[in-house]
Design a protein around this ligand. Sequence first.
Ligand code: SF4
Ligand SMILES: [Zn+2]
Length: 357
Amino acid sequence: MNYKEFLKKFREKQLKKRKPRDKDKPIAVWMQDDIYRDFKIGKSLTIILRTEGCYYAREGGCLMCSYLMDSSPEKITAENLINQFNYAIEKYKEKLKELKDFSVKIFTSGSFLDDREVSKEVRVYIIKKLSEFDNLKEVAIESRAEFIDEEKLKEIRKYLNVNVEIGVGIESFNEEIREKAINKGITNEQIIKAIELAEKYNIGIKAYLFIKPLFITEKEAIEDAIYSANKCIELGCSRISFCPATVHKGSLMEYFFNKNQYRPPFLWSIIEILKEVKENNPNALIMCDTSGVGSERGAHNIYGCRCNKIIKEKIEKFTLTQDLSVLNIDCECKKIWEAYIEAESKNIVPLGDERKL
Ligand code: SF4
Ligand SMILES: [Zn+2]
């Protein structure tokens, strides 16, 4: 069995554990403080629709991802998706009306622009509905780069004249890392093409960059994230959104994590990345996701150290304010991070959890 066949089989085994869920309700919907493209702070409404899931994941997919587990094992019709969207909007309609402005994020944990996941009919319905809000300031969607084409961008621009951004899982700008350590199945060429095409329609590309894929060391992960962010900014991405690794249940990453052959990134590494990238690109919008941060499966310093919670809050504050000074912090455990990087550089393979070595 080759590597790709192994991944596909691995995924199929996990998928058998999926349970049917309510097809007319989204996976999640919430409102939060957020930063707009013009650096102003406002509110965003995030709606995660339950589709049949990312089609690429079915073929094996990215090594760190198990979003497909949240998708529906049963057929999801256009009507189901429209019901999900309406459910979310109804729930927040009154609050939205009271706001001066707001942004909406329509995610599927897959590709909003893949017709197999979200049909044209549903996309147009959603976009039209959103355009009816006078106080809508921004719209964000997510898609794999290969689905970003002229037709879909025209479809968006036909109804929406607000700031639109497409979140694309670029993960790393090093093709070898993206292919071998993530199995993303997308080339730099495809990514550059998508960025250029989006620019033509005045649509931004939010670059999702993954911090610390499998098979690379902590130091390589820091270097890779900095290099990739600089590259994405140079190419004209509208914002950088770092995603520090969280070990998803049912992912290949979990398989290595359970064997202590993978450790999620230290928060010290994340601080270093954010500082370096923001210092080099003061006008770029740099964000960092904090889901999972502080937990054993997410990015953390020494597990249980009090700095984990403090740094999580500091990263959240940095994302909103873009102010690097909020990231100033010190803790005794920083020495362990330095020692870990040093020890790992002398080892043939990346290290696992420092407590189990
Ligand atoms: S990371 Fe994105 S493209 Fe990769 S398998 Fe998950 S949902 Fe699909
Ligand atoms: Zn600490």
